[in-house]
Design a protein around this ligand. Structure first.
Ligand SMILES: *Cc1c(COP(=O)(O)O)cnc(C)c1O
Length: 384
């Protein structure tokens, strides 16, 4: 794929490499007894899996999690291309979370990917594939502990334990996933207890339970390997993470036009923003096609009750989004910004160090994960 051309005025997400590495180190320091991995699925939470993996590898990360084998292949290629390869002691491991089908066994073997087996079908495909290829290779298994998403129930886990005991399954990891680690509920403790119980079927096999939020829950969730995602990218992971993580992604877009409309007129599609005062409007080149949700539309839009309203930052000042976000454009009310402080071509920050991505997500009725992974292909990923 050739890189698309990006004009000066197109939307950009700046990715702060140092902040990404610092967040990984901060998470690692919370569980000094465990390895700290990284979820880089969905193209590194929208920011670019290859560059994310390389940055985290340089920070010391050796365990990467993706959803699909194809994503794993991209991460493997990125790591293989490193100019400072492994020191020989610890090759990077890439875990593929969503199981496998017969066709993808050879891809796992070729790219050195570790499948996470969550169903008896996954296990059969893997064992048969290895036999057919005459190979041995490690796998991971996922245990169902209360989320009811992916994972082996007790009976299937016992069958897997037999295969592991007989040597037919070579297990690098047993894992499970928490449903509510970012919320004050006892579900996490119940899942942790269930995990301990089921993981005991696999003596000696390293264990992993924690996503980002669980890294902040306490050492009893750390086990041997943690798997943070969103916190690496600067998104909140429960109350304890607030103010601790560095923002990583900064989404900016250029002002294309600045104009004044009179009180009594209205701005944008559907005249959804009636103007109660003479209003200076900055039209910015960013829209829902870029991943800035239409649900982030400002006051007067019937999409949802948005409170407090979504905002952007221009000239160091927070300003409200005005009317409906359209496909390629968003309007900002810049009446309160001094006349001489703004000219077309200036960029507005839609999230980043000055505008928390979680606050924006909240205003749009969603979560930081969705804002990041929904960044459109027109948004240039610029590593700084
Ligand atoms: C996505 C994912 C993670 C990372 O979750 P965050 O909430 O982003 O930290 C960890 N484990 C599994 C199984 C996942 O699917």
């Amino acid at each position: 794929m050739t890189a698309p051309h990006h004009s000066e005025r197109m939307p950009v997400v700046e990715i702060d490499r140092a902040a990404l590495a610092a967040n990984w180190a901060l998470l690692a320091a919370r569980n000094p007894g465990a390895r700290t991995g990284a979820a880089v699925k969905a193209d590194g939470y929208g920011l670019g899996a290859a560059e994310t993996a390389r940055t985290l590898h340089a920070a010391g990360c050796r365990d990467f999690f993706v959803a699909w084998a194809e994503e794993g292949r991209i991460v493997r290629a990125a790591l293989d291309a490193l100019t400072h390869p492994d020191d020989g002691t610890a090759p990077a491991r890439i875990f593929v979370l969503q199981g496998l089908e017969p066709d993808s066994v050879s891809l796992h073997l070729d790219a050195g990917l570790i499948p996470v087996l969550s169903t008896p079908g996954d296990i059969a495909v893997w064992c048969n594939g290895l036999k057919a290829a005459g190979r041995r290779a490690p796998a991971a298994i996922q245990l169902e502990t209360g989320m009811h998403r992916l994972g082996l129930d007790r009976a299937d886990a016992e069958a897997a334990a037999d295969l592991a005991a007989s040597g037919e399954l070579d297990l690098a990891l047993v894992m499970s996933h928490l449903a509510s680690a970012d919320e004050p509920t006892d579900q996490s403790a119940r899942q942790q207890a269930r995990f301990l119980e089921l993981a005991a079927l696999f003596p000696g096999v390293p264990r992993s339970l924690a996503n980002s939020a669980a890294v902040f829950l306490g050492s009893e969730f750390g086990f041997d390997l943690t798997r943070p995602g969103i916190a690496l990218y600067g998104g909140e992971a429960g109350p304890a993470s607030r103010g601790v993580l560095r923002p990583v992604a900064r989404l900016t877009a250029a002002i294309l036009q600045i104009r004044t409309a009179n009180a009594g007129e209205a701005a944008g599609y559907g005249a959804a923003a009636p103007l109660t005062r003479d209003t200076r409007i900055a039209t910015v080149g960013l829209g829902y096609a870029d991943g800035y949700h239409r649900a982030a539309s400002g006051a007067g839009v019937a999409v949802r009750d948005v409170r407090p309203g979504p905002q952007a930052v221009v000239a160091g000042q927070r300003v409200p989004v005005l009317g409906r976000v359209s496909m390629d454009l968003t309007l900002l009310d810049v009446t309160d910004v001094p006349d001489n402080a703004l000219v077309p071509g200036d960029r507005a920050e839609f999230f980043g160090p000055n505008m928390s991505i979680d606050a924006v997500a909240n205003a749009a009725g969603t979560i930081a994960y969705e804002l990041l992974t929904g960044l459109g292909p027109r948004v240039e990923r610029r590593w700084v």
